[in-house]
Design a protein around this ligand. Structure first.
Ligand code: PMH
Length: 372
């Protein structure tokens, strides 16, 4: 079949200039020799991994980070040479592919390295690994000097290069710093215990990179604010520069009608008109990730706020219009219109969650289109 355009007017518009401005502002904020690792796991937090990676690299990022082998291979198919680090645990069976395609692995277990030992002599190119330290996140990583030394020693084999060591903070986005300081001290102690320092020591996520001093080390792992979103309201109030959100969600009215007093809208007939009201329908729903928990959210139309009415359906949502409007009128669910803006943080607060979940939950049924 010929390649078809998107017929449904619902789309996510990703502003690559915003992504680039977030990177170039970070570049100015960091010491000049610190690498920026663009964290593009989960399809670049729902923004589209390849386009985001290309934009970020052009703006000053020098490394990429993903979560899984599948994500790494997808990126490598489109982007040659740039280092890609897989942040999560991977099976040993992936190691030959990692070596072949220049993908760096996270390692934290001597058993894993023992299983690698018989495979490594066949690698045509060296396998690069970063050792993960669990300094308090309690997720993956070595926890003591002894464990670190054992992993480091087990990794001394031909065709394997210990290229980095890193940790991850659990509370860098909080005002309270005690736990963060403990994690930092533990990490520094473990790094100092090594006979030789690997090339890349890294610890900072967005929050640490933006609001903590002295944790830039050799690289920062920049995730959520690459996309123009603050990791937490606390960090949002203490930003060193303004962030540019990159993601807008838009659609159009596909139907408009007038309801009269007592007439109802949607499953369960939960919404009842209290007089003459203009109701619009938009073609987006919970199968796109616009969850039913957003039933009290508003959208923007002609720069005005219009509330969602009735229950959100799988593919359609009804909104109460401020006045009679025509089919085809543009509706913004996330982003700016006129003088108003609906942020992902507004959705996150409505859903009692963190802003990270919002772009990740918007499904691939919504096409991502790019403004460069
Ligand atoms: N490094 C690691 C190891 C991570 O897991 C993440 C984000 C980042 C860096 C980037 O963090 P940032 O987006 O705050 O900059 N990981 C996750 C996670 O596992 N759940 O939410 C965010």
């Amino acid at each position: 079949m010929e390649e078809l355009q998107n017929f449904r007017p619902t789309k996510a518009v990703i502003d690559l200039k915003a992504i680039q401005s977030n990177i170039s502002n970070l570049r100015k904020h960091l010491h000049s020799d610190v690498h920026i690792m663009a964290v593009i796991k989960a399809n670049a937090y729902g923004h589209g991994d390849i386009r985001v990676a290309e934009a970020a690299l052009e703006a000053g990022a020098t490394m990429l980070a993903v979560a899984t082998p599948e994500e790494a291979l997808h990126v490598r198919c489109h982007i040659a040479d740039t280092p890609i680090l897989i942040l999560g645990a991977v099976p040993v069976s992936f190691a030959p592919y990692a070596a072949k395609y220049g993908i760096t692995l996270t390692v934290f277990s001597t058993e894993w390295l023992e299983q690698l030992a018989p495979l490594a002599p066949q690698f045509e190119k060296p396998l690069r690994i970063h050792v993960k330290v669990d300094s308090g996140m309690g997720r993956i990583g070595v926890r003591t000097v002894e464990e670190l030394r054992a992993v480091y020693d087990a990794a001394q084999m031909e065709h394997v290069v210990v290229d980095g060591i890193f940790t991850h903070f659990a509370t860098a986005d909080d005002e309270e710093t005690t736990f963060y300081e403990q994690q930092l001290a533990t990490f520094k102690k473990l790094v100092a215990s090594l006979p030789t320092k690997p090339r890349l020591v890294h610890a900072a996520n967005t929050a640490a990179a933006l609001v903590k001093e002295h944790v830039q080390f050799d690289a920062v792992r920049f995730g959520i604010s690459l996309y123009g979103l603050a990791p937490s309201p606390y960090v949002g109030e203490h930003l060193p520069y303004a962030l540019q959100p990159a993601f807008s969600l838009e659609t159009e009215l596909v139907h408009v009608k007038e309801l009269h007093n007592g007439e109802t809208v949607g499953y369960g007939a939960t919404y009842e008109a209290t007089g003459d009201e203009w109701i619009g329908t938009i073609p987006v729903g919970y199968a796109d990730g616009v969850l039913r928990g957003l039933a009290n959210q508003e959208v923007l139309v002609q720069g005005m706020r219009a509330p969602i009415v009735g229950r959100i359906c799988m593919d359609q949502i009804m909104i109460k219009l401020p006045k009679k409007m025509t089919v085809g009128e543009r509706v913004v669910l996330i982003g700016k219109q006129g003088n108003d803006e609906i942020t992902m943080q507004e959705w996150a607060s409505r859903l009692n969650t963190i802003v990270y979940e919002i772009p990740c939950m918007l499904t691939t049924r919504i096409p991502r289109v790019y403004n460069a």
